[in-house]
Every structure is written in structure tokens, then in C-alpha cells.
Design a protein around this ligand. Structure first.
Ligand code: Z5A
Length: 222
């Protein structure tokens, strides 16, 4: 049986990477095979594109140029990892996916919606997440978490260095995407402790896919 495809979206420092680990543990304990991956990246070719984009070297290409690069990376990621894993019955948990292109390059980059739709058409070839978890957090808190994690010596990357207005607008865009596709998206309040957020996510996933209760929920909350 084909596996399931779950994506995590949200602003900087919302806790996506942290929460993917909790969910992966829960699903593995249920006996499911899980693949954890991320965008940009997740395959050799896409990781190479990731370092170019996050270094800021492609910033001068503008939003359209960056959208093309994210799309090229996504094609490799889907072909090399996501589709083969789903076909093998694995559950794929992905840290960011096409909603990030819609939000960062599409809306905040002021690109024509038709360009984003055309890119999705050629890139995704019909692939759509079965579930998207939108981690919603005040960007001030998210940026503070990311700053603390990065430490003083490390420079902010291409998107971390955008201003407060950008990150505030981003939060609204992700909320709008979730509101427009309620059957696919669940908004999670990411302002609480890691355990409480994990418990919410595991409950949402169990409900969405009609799984029984897992044992990671109580553990995460303790
Ligand atoms: N991008 C794009 O523009 N277009 C696209 O199509 C795609 C991406 C796919 C990738 O950056 C950048 O590419 C991203 C969008 C853009 N830019 N930004 N900004 P990335 O992969 O390097 O970073 P990220 O995706 O933004 O994730 P992140 O900064 O690593 O944040 P996170 O994964 O959501 O959070 P985390 O690493 O789990 O947690 C951050 C810190 O907070 C860490 O120290 C945790 O221990 C802590 N944390 C986590 N949860 C909590 C709670 N609940 N309470 C307190 N502290 C917590």
C-alpha cells in the first residue's frame, strides 16, 4: 500500500524540525516505516541547490529566479526520495514543501499566482501532501528561538535576515493557505511547550488517518 505524505510548514523557529522527530517516533512505534526529510534538500542534487540558495548567492536572481531554483531542487527530491518512498509504503515527513514556495516566493515575492501554479504543475506532477501541519507562532518568538539556537558567531541565512514585517506577513500567508484548504491543513498552536505541541500533532495525525491512540502522547506531555 502507498505510504502517506505529511508536510510541516510555518515560520522560522516555529519548531518544525523538533516536531518531526516526535511524530516520527510515534509513527515508528506504531510499526510504520518513516522517512524524515526537508526542503530545500532531501536528495543529493537538492542539497547542493540548498546551499546555493541559503548562502544568498541567488538573491539577485529575484523571487522568480529563486522559485525556479526551489522547484528544480523539488523535482530531484520528489524523483529521488519522496515518490520511491511512498511507493514502497513508507510515511514521508517533510520539513517544508510547496506551500513555502507559495508563501515566500509567491506572495511575499509578489509573483503572479499563475507562475506559482505552473511551477507546481510541472514540479509536483499531481503529488499533494495527504496532510499539512501549519505550525503557527508569533514571529517574534520564532526569531528569538532561531537566534538563540544559532548563537552569536553564526550569521543569519538568506531568509533569517529578512525583517520583522516580512516574518509577520509570512505568518498571515500560512494561515491563509490553511484556511483555503481545511481538508489538507491543520493549524497547530506552536507557542506552547514542545510536549504539548507534540501531543496536539500526534492527535491530529491519528485523527486524520484514523490511527488508534499512540503511546508517545503521554510521554511527550510528561
Ligand atoms: N524556503 C523558501 O523560501 N521557499 C521554499 O520553497 C522552501 C524554503 C522549501 C529554509 O531554511 C529556508 O528556505 C526557509 C524558507 C525558505 N527560511 N526561513 N526562514 P531552514 O530549513 O534552514 O530553516 P527553517 O525551515 O526556517 O526552520 P528552522 O529555523 O530550523 O526552524 P524550525 O525547524 O521550525 O524550528 P526548530 O529547529 O525545531 O526549533 C528552533 C529552536 O527552537 C530550537 O533551538 C528548538 O530547540 C527550539 N524549540 C522548538 N520548539 C520549541 C518550543 N515549543 N518551545 C521552546 N523552544 C522550542
Amino acid at each position: 500500500m502507498r505510504g502517506k505524505f505529511i508536510t510541516f510548514e510555518g515560520g522560522e523557529g516555529a519548531g518544525k524540525s523538533t516536531q518531526i522527530r516526535y511524530l516520527a517516533t510515534d509513527l515508528q512505534r506504531r510499526g510504520l516505516e518513516v522517512v524524515v526529510t526537508r526542503e530545500p534538500g532531501g536528495s543529493a542534487g537538492a542539497e547542493a541547490v540548498r546551499s546555493v540558495i541559503l548562502s544568498g548567492a541567488a538573491r539577485d536572481f529575484g523571487a522568480a529566479g529563486e522559485a525556479l531554483l526551489f522547484s528544480a531542487a523539488r523535482i530531484d527530491h520528489i524523483d529521488q526520495l519522496i515518490e520511491p518512498s511512498l511507493a514502497a509504503g513508507k510515511w514521508v515527513l517533510c520539513d517544508r514543501f510547496a506551500d513555502s514556495t507559495r508563501a515566500y516566493q509567491g506572495v511575499l515575492g509578489n509573483l503572479d499566482t499563475r507562475l506559482i501554479q505552473a511551477l507546481e504543475h510541472v514540479t509536483l506532477k499531481g503529488l499533494k501532501p495527504d496532510l499539512t501541519l501549519m505550525l503557527d507562532l508569533d514571529p517574534k518568538i520564532g526569531m528569538a528561538r532561531a537566534d538563540a539556537r544559532r548563537g552569536k558567531s553564526e550569521a543569519a541565512d538568506r531568509f533569517e535576515s529578512e525583517g520583522a514585517d516580512f516574518h509577520k506577513a509570512l505568518r498571515d500567508v500560512f494561515r491563509d493557505i490553511a484556511a483555503a484548504e481545511p481538508a489538507r491543513c491543520v493549524v497547530i498552536d506552536a507557542s506552547r511547550t514542545q510536549g504539548l505541541v507534540a501531543a496536539d500533532i500526534i492527535t491530529a495525525v491519528a485523527k486524520h488517518f484514523k490511527l488508534g491512540d499512540g503511546d508517545v502522547v503521554e510521554e511527550a506531555m510528561s
